[in-house]
Design a protein around this ligand. Structure first.
Ligand SMILES: [Zn+2]
Length: 577
């Protein structure tokens, strides 16, 4: 059992406790499960390995005491948790589906169930349409409307997975496939290869020799839950998380054509087929044909070249101008992960991160970075242990001390300072001026009407110490839509003031998203790609941010953290003297 699966069970227990509230210590218990959940999902080792080691104890995991350790053991051994099963007897299981909705927590679920006997998503929708929700305490016509919107978003999102979830599944499957003798190439195609923020089905293409028995080997993948189809050249199945996987076993001579075909997008492929047709040819997943004769297909480059085009990076293949740009020799030289020189948003144990400044710096050095910016939260974000003025100043001293100790990398003292509801910043200017670089972000009152949010963001940007706007639209992939605000007005103000917009690389956020990166690029503005890491491992999220920037047509000149440190600092908005 993987850590995230154990964490998911603990989250469910906490939610059920909060819905039932039938235990005198329910609040205390729910908090304990939530704390353990967070600690387990980011624990660097597999709990199952620790549990199986007679010399180790699960209680070494922060937040896990004897009672929870017992539950983890039970889960690993039986796949079940008796305590949760018993509690689940008391409510309809479908009630928990409501928690997938944006802005619906266990308290509201309890309210809906108790007052209106709402048992599932359909009941909830019916009640919202009948305007019954607005009569409940703490609810209004507006919150009713928000629930209907969230229901719609959920229906749209179902069956899709976050980029990192698909990426990890693809990696695990690829290494399983490579164990089979004779396998030469394993390549993920589809929207994963194009770097989209969400992925539906996972497509994997395999070439090699004597792969007749590969389908049998494939079905031995441990996390497989259901076989959908098994043929000599295609195997489809579902994973435990219900993600559908299609593995295609290909002949080497059609590999390039198949890779193009299964990478998509559909729109890009349609445009290419048209292009082939105009030349009297036919393009399919098996190759580019003149009559019955294959004229290209072994590599993607061959096929593009025959069609009179340079190879087009998968991230651009959306038929939004990339074919025209390719034809005119004007494809951008997209930013690469290897261009990145530093990371300008990360948290330490001073706020809600898990590691020291030195540990984050050491991890950044291992990636070959030349600089990092430490950005712990400001005090408004109490849930993330945000720092008040006094602790912020202590943190600056701690960062400066680390900077003296760790050689070979610049460590800048920053903060992720909240833009409060009225647009003012969470620290006064005399504190803000102590930081090397201030990132400003919104973490509260996210459902403000568009006009208010626009004013709030613009006022935040106008504070002269703000140099970067963190996760500018506030969206969470598959979970929360962007704030409503006037994008043009805010982007224009940022451009005028010289505030840089962040591309937050955390796969939960990817904010700015690809479309918004493109808008920024079209304005000639630059961005910074930051991971918002809370642990050293999170620095690897940079890859997802780079993919998102590439989908937004960004070249390295427009990504400031590809610059050497002095040049980066010179590009930031000048501080008031
Ligand atoms: Zn943030």
């Amino acid at each position: 059992m993987e850590n995230r699966e154990i964490a998911a069970v603990f989250e469910e227990i906490a939610n059920v406790i909060r819905i039932l509230q039938d235990d005198p210590k329910w609040q205390f218990k729910a908090v304990a499960y939530e704390r353990a959940k967070r600690s387990i999902e980011s624990y660097p080792e597999r709990l199952e390995d620790i549990a199986r080691d007679p010399n180790r104890k699960l209680t070494e995991v922060p937040g896990v005491g004897a009672d929870l350790a017992g539950k983890i053991k039970e889960l690993i051994e039986t796949g079940k948790c008796q305590y949760l099963e018993e509690r689940l007897q008391k409510i309809p299981r479908s009630l928990l589906d409501l928690l997938q909705l944006q802005s619906v927590g266990p308290q509201k679920v309890r309210l809906f169930y108790q007052k209106l006997n709402i048992q599932n998503l359909d009941d909830l929708e019916a009640a919202a349409r009948a305007n019954k929700l607005r009569e409940l305490p703490g609810m209004s016509a507006k919150s009713e409307e928000n629930i209907l919107k969230a229901l719609e978003a959920l229906r749209k999102a179902s069956g899709r997975f976050r980029l990192d979830v698909a990426d990890k599944a693809a990696e695990e499957l690829s290494s399983h496939i490579r164990e089979f003798p004779g396998v030469e190439q394993v390549t993920p195609a589809g929207s994963l290869r194009r770097g989209r923020d969400t992925i539906g089905d996972l497509d994997l293409l395999v070439t090699g020799r004597q792969l007749e028995k590969l389908p049998d080997h494939l079905l031995k993948f441990p996390r497989l839950s259901q076989v959908l189809a098994k043929g000599a050249d295609k195997v489809s199945f579902k994973l435990a998380n219900s993600m559908q996987v299609d593995v295609r076993i290909l002949a080497p001579e059609s590999y390039g054509a198949a890779l193009m075909y299964f990478t998509g997008s559909k729109e890009h492929n349609v445009a290419l087929r048209e292009r082939a047709k105009k030349r009297g040819w036919k393009l399919s997943e098996y190759g580019l044909y003149e009559g019955d004769r294959v004229i290209a297909g072994r590599t993607e480059e061959d096929v593009y070249q025959k069609l009179g085009l340079p190879w087009i990076p998968p991230e651009l293949r959306e038929n939004t101008g990339e074919i025209e740009a390719a034809e005119a020799g004007q494809l951008p030289a997209l930013v690469e992960l290897s261009d990145i020189r530093g990371d300008l948003q990360m948290h330490t144990s001073a706020s809600d991160g898990h590691n020291s400044v030195e540990e984050m710096a050491a991890a950044a050095k291992r990636l070959g970075y030349r600089y990092i910016l430490i950005t712990d939260h400001s005090k408004a974000v109490t849930i993330a242990n945000g720092l008040d003025e006094k602790r912020a100043l202590e943190n600056i001293a701690r960062i400066r001390a680390a900077r003296k100790k760790v050689k070979g990398i610049e460590i800048w003292a920053g903060a992720e300072v909240d833009i409060l509801g009225d647009g003012s910043l969470d620290y006064p200017d005399d504190v803000l001026r102590q930081f090397d670089i201030v990132v400003a972000s919104v973490h509260s009152r996210m459902t403000q009407p568009g006009e208010e949010m626009t004013k709030r963001l613009i006022k935040g940007l106008r504070n002269p110490y703000v140099r970067i706007l963190g996760h500018p639209t506030g969206r969470y992939v598959l979970r929360r839509d962007p704030f409503q605000f006037d994008l043009d007005a805010v982007f224009n103000e940022a451009k005028k003031l010289g505030v840089i917009l962040e591309v937050n690389a955390s796969p939960e956020r990817l904010d700015l998203c690809d479309r918004h990166v493109k808008l920024v690029r079209d304005r000639g503005m630059k961005v910074i790609i930051s991971t918002d890491a809370h642990r050293p491992e999170h620095l690897a999220f940079m890859r997802y941010g780079v993919l998102t920037a590439r989908r937004g047509w960004m070249d390295k000149q427009h990504v400031l953290n590809t610059y050497p440190p002095e040049k980066l600092l010179a590009e930031l908005r000048p501080l008031p003297s």
